[in-house]
Design a protein around this ligand. Structure first.
Ligand code: URA
Length: 273
């Protein structure tokens, strides 16, 4: 058997095991870390006993109380609702610890584009390039999105772009329902603050979440729909095939071209109202 592995086979093994990201310049020896053990309690200096006239009831642990899912959702709603501007919302969301993806992502990806845009895109979640740069839709799918926008005479500054989740799911896996639910109050407030004329739901996850529908994207796309927010009036919405899907299935671009033409027409109509 070969005693030492060459770098190439180690890299190949990493790829085989699903590693698609390097997050540090030098390796960390986790085995050495776990070898540093906490001193045993009896080795610590003794804590003085309380004087006998003080309350000797056992004290509650200082750890914060665990919140039920419902309470956590209510907390997220309250934090999001308190944001009075996009800057407030960005700061509050970035500080929010209720979504575990925050632990594994490199960057918080909030939004891009013009704050006064009438067209708001909501994608799914950052991919590897978005995670590295802290901006939505800047990878291969984003470059196709830019071309789609240019085809109807729009640039990034003419639209506003965000995602259902601001943190990348490891390995680009699909977001889980609990990750979506945890972050949804922030997205709902985000839409309220941007107040677009038209909401474009990019891909099945975005469409199903915001339209509260079970059907797949193929059934939801191709028609005008309505986003009914918890607060405020309805917003005209349209589901679009995700550009990442179009990169894999270029034959579907024809359908999307039709969607884009109708979106441009609707945008011109609302501008003339
Ligand atoms: N896919 C998305 O849904 N969002 C991004 O920001 C990038 C890729």
């Amino acid at each position: 058997m070969k005693e030492t592995l060459d770098c190439r086979s180690i890299l190949e093994w990493y790829i085989y095991a699903g590693v698609d990201e390097t997050i540090g310049e030098s390796p960390v020896n986790r085995l050495a870390e776990s070898a540093v053990v906490e001193p045993r309690p009896e080795a610590r200096p003794a804590t003085p006993l309380p004087p006998s006239n003080q309350n000797t009831e056992p004290r509650a642990a200082a750890a914060p109380p665990l919140q039920s899912r419902k309470a956590a959702l209510q907390t997220a709603r309250e934090i999001a609702a308190a944001a009075q501007s996009l800057d407030d919302l960005r700061a509050a969301f970035e500080a929010f610890d209720g979504c575990p993806l925050k632990e594994t992502a490199m960057n918080f990806v909030f939004a891009d584009g013009g704050k006064d845009a009438r067209l708001m895109f909501v994608g799914e979640a950052p991919g590897a390039e978005e995670d590295r740069r802290g901006l939505p839709f800047v990878g291969p799918a984003g470059r196709l999105l830019d071309k789609m926008l240019a085809a109807i005479g729009l640039g990034r500054e003419d639209v506003y772009i965000t995602n259902i989740l601001p943190w990348r799911p490891p390995g680009n896996r699909n977001p889980t329902d609990s990750e979506i639910v945890a972050c949804l109050p922030f997205l709902e407030r985000h839409i309220e603050l941007v107040d677009p004329d038209i909401l474009l739901l990019v891909g099945g996850t975005s469409a199903k979440t915001l339209l509260r529908r079970q059907e797949g994207i193929m059934r939801l796309r191709g028609k005008w729909m309505t986003y009914e927010p918890r607060e405020g009036g309805p917003v005209t919405a349209r589901a679009l095939l995700h550009p990442a899907y179009l990169l894999r299935q270029p034959a579907q671009k024809r359908e999307t071209w039709q969607d884009l033409i109708e979106i441009r027409q609707r945008l011109d109509e609302v501008a003339n109202v």
